[in-house]
Design a protein around this ligand. Structure first.
Ligand code: 5GP
Length: 190
């Protein structure tokens, strides 16, 4: 049986990454499982433990690091840790399923190092930093200070885009979903 593949999607916050991933998963055209990461951040409203993340205390997260549970982990924001669980990925790949990961740029490049040709890294890029700021402000879920932090980080992340296998510019959501659909189909069938 064909063994599964990994698709890692990274994007600055507010680039429509979750919407694009969800659209592809909901299309029913892929046999994709979402890799549920662990984090020590507190759940946002509507987030479910074990579905969106495994929400751990800082101590439990540290213990998971010490046990070697993570393929990669990062302090994505000061004091906020996120990590990809080896168990989430390997079990599904062995069973021949494909796995999609939504992780930050450093994590994406580390997963690629660990899994090589079995793994495709996809970067979703906003049309511009100004447009990204506008979208984050329109979303209205973050304070001005958090938006500034996210914009600074976005500038760093966009600078890493050339290290990814593929970049999709999200200047039109429908077009970006269609492009991602093509990229996923091509890689999974290759
Ligand atoms: P949020 O707190 O908004 O859910 O996620 C913040 C950032 O952490 C996003 O860029 C997300 O992709 C990233 N992230 C989520 N899970 C992981 C993970 O397992 N590893 C790494 N390196 N980043 C992650």
């Amino acid at each position: 049986m064909k063994k599964g593949k990994l698709i890692v999607v990274s994007a600055p916050s507010g680039c429509g990454k979750s919407t694009i991933i969800n659209a592809l998963m909901d299309s029913g055209d892929f046999n994709l499982d979402f890799s549920v990461s662990a984090t020590n951040r507190t759940p946002r409203e509507g987030e479910i433990d074990g579905v969106h993340y495994r929400f751990l205390s800082t101590k439990a997260f540290q213990e998971a690091i010490d046990r070697g549970d993570f393929v990669e982990w990062e302090e994505v924001y000061p004091g906020r840790y996120y990590g990809t669980l080896r168990s989430e990925i390997d079990r599904r790949l062995e069973a021949g399923g494909d796995v999609v990961l939504d992780i930050d740029v450093n994590g994406a490049l580390n997963v690629k190092k660990a899994y090589g040709a079995k793994c495709l890294t996809v970067f979703i890029q906003p049309p511009s930093i100004e447009e990204l700021r506008h979208r984050l402000e329109a979303r209205g879920t973050e304070t001005a200070e958090v938006i500034d932090t996210r914009i600074n980080r976005a500038e760093y992340e966009i600078a890493q885009a050339p290290l990814f296998d593929t970049t999709i510019v999200n200047d039109n959501l429908g077009k970006a979903i269609a492009e991602a659909y093509e990229v996923f189909t091509h890689f999974i069938n290759s």
